[in-house]
Design a binder for this molecule. Structure first.
Ligand SMILES: Cc1ncc(COP(=O)(O)O)c(C=O)c1O
Length: 397
């Protein structure tokens, strides 16, 4: 498969990059990326096989390592994030775990935001601990606590900004500067923003990870993950995890995600517009004023940072219903929103984080992460904003 000619065009807008980056064409001259559903690749001679395995000749070997459809997806997301290279993985958690396993070793220390996805905390607390990798959890927005947590053996800072589901943020430029001063790498889970809303690498981060399952797919179809960053770091420290441990993205899923990226800018704009309308609607509701959490509301404690750091405010809106009973009643009365733990779908989705995505955390850890029993998280979809608000209104009656 050859690179399509138009790849040579430089300085394109993100909407164009989403469609024209990572374009490849076979001799069939197809206009849409082909799907290479093959486990392995063939050679004309034993010598050629040996040369390709030895890296003396280019080419694919085995789809656990590389596959042309997966490579096209990797090139496209790398172009969008502004990274030198991307490595696709089977899921967001495969990407996050591979970053930890690739960059950390026994005796190392990581500083982790307290406000991250539940499984990320579980990997840090249960799996890294077994490997003698120590983790300190700190409050995301509290820069002095990141500074205080640094030790001589600290190798990594890991954040999600905005965080899931508390929509808390950190000043990425300031955090990256602090890390740089101490030779620490910064990893950002950019799931809630996607490169359309925020580019952590431009703000000084070293690595971006994604659950591509979310907005990159955008239609709730497949699982996927990806790691983007500096070529040397990814090739030397993370690629061996993919090659040998095998958390590989399937070519079918890579194709779906590659096509998903083509509409990402358009979808993110609409997600953000709808979420803003929903947040304003909920915040005006007599029962909920002051209980709505959305970075686009001026009442959000970090609204100014969100305005500076992000292009728009994202598609996630949270509301605190006061207690679990109220939260469950509200969720159960919704007719349009689907009850599911996913996010970033065309459909509006609703979840109760304390009993789903963060249920495996101890009550103390949930409290520390700000996940209250009444918290309800909406991933606002692409339906008409009026219809979403009408559904919320009837559920609140
Ligand atoms: C912020 C964040 N990071 C990582 C993940 C894990 O992604 P995956 O389910 O693709 O493994 C999720 C999943 O919800 C998430 O919300």
């Amino acid at each position: 498969m050859k690179k399509a000619k138009k790849n040579a065009v430089k300085h394109l807008d993100i909407a164009t990059t989403a469609i024209h980056s990572g374009r490849h064409q076979t001799l069939e001259r197809e206009n849409s990326l082909p799907m290479f559903l093959t486990s392995s690749f063939t050679y004309n001679s034993a010598q050629q096989a040996s040369d390709v395995f030895a890296g003396e000749e280019g080419g694919n070997l085995y789809s656990r390592f590389t596959n042309p459809t997966v490579t096209a997806f990797e090139e496209r997301i790398a172009a969008l994030e502004g990274g030198q290279k991307a490595i696709a993985m089977a899921s967001g958690m495969a990407a996050i775990s591979s970053v930890f396993l690739g960059l950390l070793q026994a005796g190392d220390h990581m500083v982790l935001s307290r406000s991250v996805f539940g499984s990320t905390i579980n990997v840090a607390n249960n799996i890294l601990a077994k490997l003698d990798i120590d983790v300190t959890q700190v409050t995301l927005r509290d820069l002095p606590s990141w500074r205080e947590a640094i030790r001589p053996e600290t190798k990594l800072f890991f954040v999600e900004t905005p965080s899931n589901p508390t929509l808390e943020m950190v000043d990425l430029e300031a955090l990256a500067q602090l890390a740089k001063n101490h030779g620490i790498l910064v990893v950002v889970d950019n799931v809630f923003c996607t490169p359309y809303l925020q580019k952590p690498l431009e703000l000084g981060a070293d690595i971006v990870v994604h659950s591509a399952t979310k907005y990159i797919d955008g239609q709730g179809r497949v699982l996927g993950g990806v790691i983007v960053g500096q070529e040397e770091l990814l090739v030397e420290q993370i690629f061996p995890i993919l090659r040998n441990a095998g958390p590989t993205l399937s070519p079918f899923n890579a194709w779906v995600l590659y096509k998903g990226l083509e509409t990402l800018p358009l979808r993110m704009e609409r997600h953000c517009e709808n979420a803003m309308e929903v947040a304003i609607f909920l915040n005006r509701h007599a029962k909920l004023t002051g209980k709505v959490n959305y970075p686009g509301l001026t009442s959000h404690p970090q609204h100014a940072l969100a305005t500076r750091q992000m292009k728009a405010y994202g598609g996630l809106v949270c509301v605190d219903m006061g207690n679990k009973k109220n939260a469950y009643n509200f969720i159960d009365r919704l007719q349009l929103a689907t009850i599911t733990a996913n996010l970033g779908d065309v459909k509006t989705l609703v979840t109760h984080p304390a009993s789903t995505t963060h249920a495996k955390l101890s009550e103390k850890a949930r409290k520390a992460a700000g996940i209250t029993p009444g918290l309800v998280r909406f991933s606002i979809g692409l339906e008409s904003a009026k219809d979403i608000c009408d559904d919320l209104a009837q559920a609140l009656e």
